[in-house]
Ligand binder design. Structure first.
Ligand code: FES
Length: 409
């Protein structure tokens, strides 16, 4: 698997059944081109897809799973120059993806094809049905989310807005392995906000998950409104237009060069201001007879949160006056590290979307009902301590879905 480069195209996967009933392609197959040009086109398409995912979907937390999924190699992207006249290549990609149980999200990116968005959606569903049938066993292996640069959306409801986030630079089929969702959400059953748009199709089709889907759609609507929906649309469109120009340059024999637009800067998605993320490594706590020794009190600067790890649990430690406060270190909104948060009076304010938490209780004022756990801490011998039993109990109730220090979003 790979997450930053196109996966190898499938080979040797044969379709054993007749595909007479397969849907017709909703686009004209592309003309044959030489291998070097084809390679260059695929690299450009992958580059555009990367910008879509990283600069937009992940940057604005429209897809909180995306970054972690790529980091954990649970996603794969294939770019295919579609010169064939039937659906066989797509079924083969699906079979290849199905053969790797570690894959949860698979994208097949088809640069250069011209297809109407409505026809594309219909085609993606039909080809997925066919593929699931081909994979057999009477169960559905994959759910599908059709992506296309011109999907129609409305800003009237959270659900009507979803197609906006699926405006990928090129028509793309996104498959989500249904049995992978369980693993994906292991330990996150209590989290009602952490989900990937790539999972949305699956959740839409699983009615019992609807409340979770509702919350994600609502969160995304909120974020899009903060950013300005026209601005999101324009940014996505710019990526697609730049990609098409680049393909033309390649086909006309010019050099594709590097992406023509400057990379976006890391910015706070809601305020538009820089939201620096600390690069300082976390402090690893030491287990002693007296308890977990977190950090020397003198190493804490007033109102500067520090990131401390107790085994696989991220904590944030803040000094206010002569006291140290120890809270669980990830924001319950989208699990950003709270060591990057601001301290305002006696509240920690997450830099990403502004959720706040009292250092005295862990409760949020701004988002009633939300909180982070506060651990009872004490000072002794110039060190900050917490009880091992407290951490143990908390870990049993909150299995950690992340590797220590993992950056999400
Ligand atoms: S991650 Fe969104 S407010 Fe913290």
């Amino acid at each position: 698997m790979s997450n930053n480069s196109a996966g190898q195209e499938p080979s040797g996967v044969l379709l054993h059944r007749q595909i007479d009933a397969a849907p017709k392609l909703p686009f004209t197959p592309l003309p044959e081109i030489d291998a070097a040009m084809c390679r260059e086109l695929k690299a450009a398409a992958l580059d555009a897809n990367q910008r879509y995912l990283v600069d937009q979907i992940e940057e604005h937390s429209f897809c909180p799973y995306s970054r972690g999924g790529r980091a954990q190699e649970q996603t794969e992207r294939y770019v295919h120059y579609y010169s064939e006249s039937d659906v066989r290549p797509l079924i083969e990609f699906m079979a290849k993806a199905a053969s790797d149980p570690g894959l949860v999200v698979v994208q097949v990116i088809l640069p250069m094809i011209e297809t109407d968005p409505e026809e594309w959606i219909d085609f993606c569903h039909k080809v997925t049905d066919l593929g699931n049938e081909y994979l057999g066993a009477g169960t559905e292996t994959f759910a599908v989310a059709p992506l296309h640069p011109a999907l129609a959306y409305k800003d009237t409801t959270p659900f009507a807005l979803i197609p906006l986030f699926r405006r990928s630079p090129d028509p793309t089929i996104q498959w989500v392995r249904l049995d992978g969702l369980t693993a994906l959400y292991a330990g996150r059953e209590r989290d009602t906000k952490y989900v990937d748009p790539s999972d949305i199709m699956a959740f839409m089709e699983e009615k019992h998950q609807q409340p979770l889907f509702d919350r994600i759609a609502e969160t995304n609507l909120l974020m899009a409104n903060r950013l300005g929906i026209p601005r999101v649309e324009e940014a996505l469109s710019n990526i697609s237009v730049a990609a098409q120009k680049r393909y033309m340059n390649i086909l006309l024999g010019g050099t594709s060069g590097l992406p023509q637009d400057a990379p976006s800067k890391k910015a706070c998605p809601c305020s538009g201001q820089d939201a620096p993320v600390k690069t300082e490594p976390p402090i690893v706590a030491t287990l002693c007879e007296e308890g977990w020794q977190l950090i020397a009190f003198r190493d804490l600067k007033q109102r500067e949160p520090r990131h401390v790890q107790v085994e696989d649990v991220d904590l944030v430690v803040v000094r206010i006056g002569a006291s140290a406060h120890v809270l669980y270190g990830r924001c319950p909104h989208r699990l950003a590290l709270l060591s990057d948060a601001l301290v305002e009076n006696t509240r920690l304010v997450c830099r990403h979307h502004g959720w706040d938490f009292s250092l005295d209780t862990g409760a949020s004022e701004g988002v009633p009902g939300e909180s982070v756990h506060r651990f009872a801490a004490w000072l002794d011998d110039g060190q900050v301590w917490i009880k091992p039993a407290d951490v143990r109990r908390w870990r049993i109730e909150h299995p950690q879905a992340f590797k220590p220090g993992e950056l999400v979003p």
